[in-house]
Write a protein that binds this ligand. Structure first.
Ligand SMILES: [Zn+2]
Ligand SMILES: [Zn+2]
Length: 247
């Protein structure tokens, strides 16, 4: 828990040294970073996840269905997913650059967008946690991108961030696998290290991208053993290969 003085000091420091207030996609100046961290020029071509989408997993769907085919067939361990963008174009480039080129400052802009997308629903959550990395992987990358996103989201929304999960080992690359094989691949990968923190709580789990839902599902399955409910959020939701590129 942060002290009142700590919060006050943080606000003063932010006033004296404002955080990066440039467009998170192209670096141009923006007027109001905390409500719109991108410029007008980028806005025209950003893949916002605002079309028809699955009520459960937030995946874009082409027809008028309320729940996607996958969610009709598979019962997820999370209640709902919140992803402000489709994983495409400038958003894909920015996320890759955030992770691979160590552009940590993008986390704040991403978190602003996630917080806006979640909106009033944030009141439904008691705490925020994140998809963990193995210590080895975290050392290699030098940071955990989901943890940093969670920390920025926690600061913006005043919801406590707690490290609850551990990743026990690194899994094989999942790219070529479908949902069922991915879930098999992830068996016993994650464990809860702080059961008390989530007991009977409504938990929001943060990841950077949601692709097939297998990673967030494997984490949610562990969290849901103790928590009242689990929902998930990420910067972007992958669209299935069968969907045409959204313009
Ligand atoms: Zn821009
Ligand atoms: Zn779905």
């Amino acid at each position: 828990m942060k002290s009142k003085f700590g919060e006050f000091l943080n606000k003063c420091l932010n006033l004296m040294f404002p955080p990066d207030i440039k467009c998170i996609f192209c670096g141009r100046d923006v007027k109001d970073f905390y409500s719109r961290p991108f410029c007008d020029s980028c806005a025209k071509d950003l893949p916002f996840n605002t079309g028809n989408r699955c009520l459960v997993c937030d995946e874009p769907i082409l027809n008028e269905a309320i729940v996607c085919d996958n969610c009709q067939k598979t019962k997820h361990h999370f209640k709902h997913a919140f992803c402000p963008f489709v994983y495409d174009r400038a958003v894909r480039d920015a996320i890759l650059s955030y992770k691979k080129n160590n552009r940590r400052y993008l986390a704040l802009g991403f978190a602003v967008l996630i917080a806006k997308y979640i909106g009033e629903n944030i009141k439904n959550f008691d705490l925020i946690t994140f998809v963990p990395m193995t210590p080895k992987k975290e050392r290699e990358r030098s940071f955990n991108q989901s943890k940093l996103l969670a920390e920025e989201l926690g600061k913006l929304t005043n919801v406590e961030v707690v490290e609850v999960l551990r990743k026990n080992f690194d899994t094989k690359a999942q790219k070529e696998l479908g949902y069922v094989d991915r879930m098999k691949n992830l068996k016993n990968t994650f464990s809860v290290i702080d059961k008390k923190a989530i007991k009977n709580k409504n938990v929001l789990l943060v990841d950077d991208i949601i692709t097939t839902c297998s990673t967030v599902d494997a984490c949610s399955a562990e969290l849901a053993k103790y928590a009242s409910s689990v929902s998930v959020c990420a910067v972007a939701r992958n669209k299935r290969k069968t969907l045409p590129v959204q313009k």
